[in-house]
Design a protein around this ligand. Structure first.
Ligand code: NAI
Length: 474
């Protein structure tokens, strides 16, 4: 067992840890990145990337069957799930290989092994290839260990009939019926993926509506699409268990105080994720772990122990890859001795449902609660020439402004390419933009992005392509 001295040690090569490692290398800091599994973490291997690959493929398949109105019809459409999975695996392999190359290329050491604290800044590394263990003594340690799915009683994950997101992303067949426990982001993104391939989707959501936390009107557009595609959504529904009845999985759920039975071929459990601090012997580090397992950090991402930082899912909501990366890069700057803090004004949230939902800043309700009198500007994609031309008119852009000065407080989009359109909203909020900044910016015609300009004009009572609902601001 050798002792290695490093300026920085990063534990976890997910979207929080690896950008931190790359940036530390660029800043000339002698650093080591340790990962027990594959580089890229959940996002690249079992989350964002593989899901988006399956989502885009199934969207294409679904859309091709719904363009009769355009004068197009295709016969012989078929799904080869095994081939789709192989294509998806190829994308993941390319990206994860790229991560390792970038870390090493920027001068940070990459090792595959399990890290355990044996002191505040002393970490034992057990290598995956059986090499003798090492002790790393580092001036700075970054905990970037991510999160794992939450389990619920009565549903043991076997990744065949009862799957979590990892299992759902690996299915090599299209199930006839899928019961999705949890009407959150993962449940709906993956549920709709299979629904587009012909699976009957049944969503069981414990709360009063799906996509809790997302603008309610946006969520309603997705709920309608799920039902239009033959799916069922039960709210106030709590799954309590399941049993095998002659090869059929029968899910028992308490809906409206009564136990109902629902037949399924695959049960997807997507009821949230919890932070990973177990297995790390974190108690030996002195770092305080909160009640729900999250690690509290300050604006420099530093924990209660000076020199130990935490980034990504392990520090709390929102559990988003881009938030983790930003935090990782902030920490690298801090370790390198630069004056850096995490002062992000907004974190965009994107849900890759059909249609997509993307938002930044506050909802109207949140803004009112925060003491603002708000104006809401709205533009429906049904009034967008471009949306009509691509045959995707469901949804709208909603711009929330402060009625006192027209400052943009929030933007919520449900509709085609919402995931990309939100970038303009993110920049607007980060720059402290006013509705006029968006409405007076010339947007290319005919594009979907015009909807942001139109919604901003609408918030000002100056819309040109929809009827105004308030007196002009100017
Ligand atoms: P979630 O928190 O989005 O949704 C879980 C849902 O399950 C909640 O609505 C909750 O009320 C419900 N629920 C909990 N227990 C239940 C029960 N026993 N019966 C019925 N319903 C129950 O969690 P999800 O979908 O698992 O996603 C986890 C995290 O992963 C999210 O918080 C998100 O940050 C991240 N993620 C982000 C994506 C993106 O940015 N596009 C994609 C996928 C995941």
């Amino acid at each position: 067992m050798a002792t290695i001295k490093k300026k920085a040690l990063i534990i976890g090569a997910g979207t929080g840890g690896y950008p931190c490692a790359i940036r530390l290398g660029q800043l000339g800091v002698d650093a080591m990145l340790v990962e027990k599994d594959k580089p890229g973490g959940v996002c690249l291997n079992w989350g964002c990337i593989p899901s988006k690959a399956l989502i885009s493929a199934t969207k294409l398949y679904h859309k091709a069957q719904h363009v009769g109105e355009m004068g197009l019809s295709f016969s012989g459409a078929a799904v080869d799930m095994k081939k789709m999975q192989a294509w998806k695996a190829g994308i993941v392999k390319k990206l994860t290989g790229g991560v390792q190359m970038l870390v090493k290329g920027n001068g940070t050491q990459y090792v595959t092994g399990t890290a355990e604290f044996i002191g505040p800044k002393k970490v034992k590394i057990t290598y995956a290839d059986g090499k003798p263990e090492d002790i790393v003594e580092a001036e700075h340690v970054v905990i970037a260990t991510g999160s794992v799915p939450i389990a619920i009683p009565g549903f043991v994950i076997d990744q065949k009939r009862v799957v979590d997101s990892t299992g759902a992303l690996e299915l090599d067949h299209v199930p006839k019926r899928m019961v999705c426990i949890g009407g959150g982001i993962i449940g709906l993104e993956l549920g709709q993926t299979f629904q587009r391939l012909g699976t009957k989707l049944i969503v069981l959501e414990g709360l009063g509506r799906i996509l809790n936390g997302v603008d309610a009107e946006c969520a309603e557009v997705v709920a309608k699409q799920i039902k239009r595609d033959g799916g069922e959504i039960y709210t106030g529904a709590k799954a309590v268990g399941w049993e095998d009845r002659g090869g059929v999985a029968v899910v028992k759920a308490e809906i409206g105080g009564k136990i109902q039975e629902i037949e399924a071929d695959v049960i997807l459990v997507a009821v949230g994720r919890r932070p990973v601090t177990q297995g790390l012997k974190i108690e030996n580090s002195g770092v305080k772990v909160g009640e729900r397992g999250f690690i509290a950090v300050d604006e420099r991402q530093q924990t209660n122990v000076p020199g130990i930082y935490a980034v990504g899912d392990v520090v709390g909501q929102p559990m988003l890859a881009h938030k983790a990366s930003h935090e990782g890069e902030v920490v690298a700057e801090v370790i390198a001795g630069r004056k850096a803090i995490n002062d992000a004004r907004q974190i965009p949230n994107v849900v890759f449902t059909e249609p997509e939902i993307a938002s930044t800043g506050m909802t109207a309700e949140e803004a009112e609660k925060a003491g603002h009198k708000v104006n809401v500007g709205k533009f429906p994609f049904a009034a967008s020439g471009r949306a009509m031309a691509i045959g995707e008119t469901a949804g709208f852009v909603k711009v929330i402004t402060d009625a006192a000065n027209n400052r943009v407080l929030g933007i919520h989009i449900v509709g085609p390419e919402a995931s990309d359109l939100i970038a303009e909203g993110s920049l607007a909020i980060e720059m402290g933009a006013f509705a006029e900044d968006i409405s007076l910016t010339i947007h290319a015609h005919p594009t979907l992005s015009e909807a942001l300009m139109e919604a901003s004009k609408h918030a000002l009572g100056e819309a040109v392509h929809v009827m105004n609902t308030r007196k002009p601001a100017h």
